[in-house]
Structures are given as C-alpha cells and as structure tokens.
Design a protein around this ligand. Structure first.
Ligand code: NAI
Length: 256
C-alpha cells in the first residue's frame, strides 16, 4: 500500500460493522493497517467481522454490541477505548436504517427511528469522539450519507431527510473543527446490494429502473465503497474537509 494511504498505527471505530458496507469498511481499514473497534447492535455478527479481520491481517479487534442512539453507552464506550488505546484516529459513522413507505404512510415512530439512527447517532458518536481527537489535533470522521441526501428518492422521506442532515452536519463539523486539524467528510453511495435494500427487493421493477438509469448499469456492492473510505481515513485526503464523495455508478449524474 502506498504510504499516503497507509493506516498503520491508527485506531479506527466503524459503527454498523456487523454486516454490509460497515463490515467491508472495517476489513478494508484493517488491511490498510488500522486497529479496529467494531460497533453494532448485532453483537453476535460482530464476531464474524472480527474473525474476517483476524484472518486477513492477524490483528485482533475490539467489539461493542451497543445501540448508537444511546448516548450513555457511547460515552462509556469512548472512555473505555481511550483507557485502552489512548487515542482515536478515525471514526466511520456508518450505522443506518431505512423503511421505505409512501409519504402518507410514514408514521411519527418511523420518522423518529430513522432520523434517530441515521442522523442523531452521527451527532452523538462524533461529539463523544471529536472531544478526544481535538486533544491530539488529529482525526478523520467519515459520515455515511447517500445520494438521497441531495436527490429525492421516492418513498423514503425520513431517510432522505436524515441523509440531507448528515451532509449539513458534515459541513458544519468541518467548519467548527478545522481549528483542531480534524477532517470531516461524507460518502454518498447510490444503490448498494446489502440488507438495507431487502425491503425493496420485492420491488424488482424499481431496482431494474435504477440500474437502467445508472450509467455503469448495475447495483453497487460494499467493496465498491472501500477505496473511498480508506482515502478519506488516510493522509492522502488531508486537504479535504466538509465535502462528500459520491459512489453511485453515475446515477446522480444523469436525469432519471
Ligand atoms: P445494512 O443494513 O447491511 O447494515 C447496517 C448496519 O447498521 C447493520 O449491521 C445494523 O445492525 C447496524 N445498525 C442499525 N441500527 C443500529 C443501531 N441503532 N446501533 C448500532 N448499529 C445499528 O446496511 P448498509 O447498506 O450496509 O448501510 C450502511 C450505511 O450505508 C447506512 O448508513 C446506509 O444508510 C448507507 N447507505 C446504504 C445504501 C445502500 O444502498 N445499501 C445507499 C446509501 C447509503
């Protein structure tokens, strides 16, 4: 790995790393040299990610089976991580949920849950971790947004609103934390074939329409996003903050 992309000696937290994109990010960051702290509500599945990392790199990972909307659990986890590793270099706010529904069927509970996991958790995790990063004048925070953060994908009002919020949170954190030399950026994927798409898998026609309107003509897979994550986590992106990388097969570049 080129030196500028190396994460040797770095400590990285990835939320939502029990499966899907977060699992691929965690393995990718570990292969680039980082030690991983894996966070997810699916505690048992985290062991699978930890094992993949062990198999690929020989390194052990720490796992936390917590809900990233629970600020008390987040704060005590960060305290423990600092006691053990003395610093946090990289945070990937990846945990997210969706529950596609036409706007008129969305309940207040749907709204609170989706915005809670997708947006509030990114604030809570970033707040707890950035307080530690500023002590070292070093830190890379990567927030998972979506093309839904700047385009209207139908039947996903709370999701799109939460991801739009993530993009604004990213920009504002970049402005406020640049004095401490922190880099805060976002990744906006298009349609990636993971568990998150399951609720819409029955809607084959819709996914077919997405693929027909995607210049690269396929859904993405989690590995398609790993390079962007390593880049933003590494010193190769040290002059980038408050911005986003779109990884969508060209979908948002063309009119549907
Ligand atoms: P996924 O459903 O495969 O994985 C999400 C992970 O987050 C799961 O392991 C889940 O247990 C965890 N999680 C959910 N709620 C949690 C909570 N309260 N506390 C702790 N962990 C929690 O989904 P995928 O596709 O891997 O999504 C990862 C991120 O990428 C999400 O932020 C999602 O919004 C974003 N994204 C995904 C796209 C896609 O097409 N799959 C497109 C654009 C963005």
């Amino acid at each position: 790995m080129l030196d500028m992309f190396s994460l040797e000696g770095k400590l990285a937290i990835v939320t939502g790393s029990a499966r899907g994109i977060g699992q691929s990010y965690a393995v990718g960051l570990a292969k680039a040299g980082a030690t991983l702290v894996l966070v997810d509500i699916l505690e048992d599945n985290l062991k699978e990610t930890a094992q993949l990392i062990k198999d690929e790199t020989g390194r052990d990972s720490k796992t936390y089976g917590i809900d990233v909307t629970d600020s008390a659990k987040i704060n005590s986890m960060v305290k423990e991580i600092i006691a053990e590793y003395h610093k946090i270099d990289i945070l990937v706010n990846n945990a997210g949920i969706n529950a596609p529904k036409p706007f008129l069927e969305v309940t207040e509970d749907d709204w609170k849950k989706i915005v809670g996991v997708n947006l509030n958790s990114q604030f809570l995790m970033s707040h707890a971790v950035a307080k530690e990063m500023v002590k070292h004048n070093y830190g890379k925070i990567i927030n998972m947004a979506s093309v839904g953060g700047f385009m209207a994908l139908s039947d996903t009002a709370p999701y799109n609103a939460s991801k739009g919020g993530v993009l604004q949170l990213t920009k504002t954190m970049a402005a406020d934390l640049s004095q401490y030399k922190l880099n805060i950026n976002a990744i906006c994927p298009g349609f990636i074939d993971t568990g998150l798409l399951k609720p819409s898998k029955s809607r084959d026609q819709r996914l077919q329409k997405v693929m027909d309107n995607t210049p690269l003509n396929r859904l993405g897979n989690p590995n398609d996003l790993v390079g962007a994550c390593i880049f933003l986590a590494s010193d190769a992106s040290s002059y980038m903050t408050g911005t986003q990388i779109i990884v969508d097969g060209g979908m948002s570049a063309v009119a549907m």
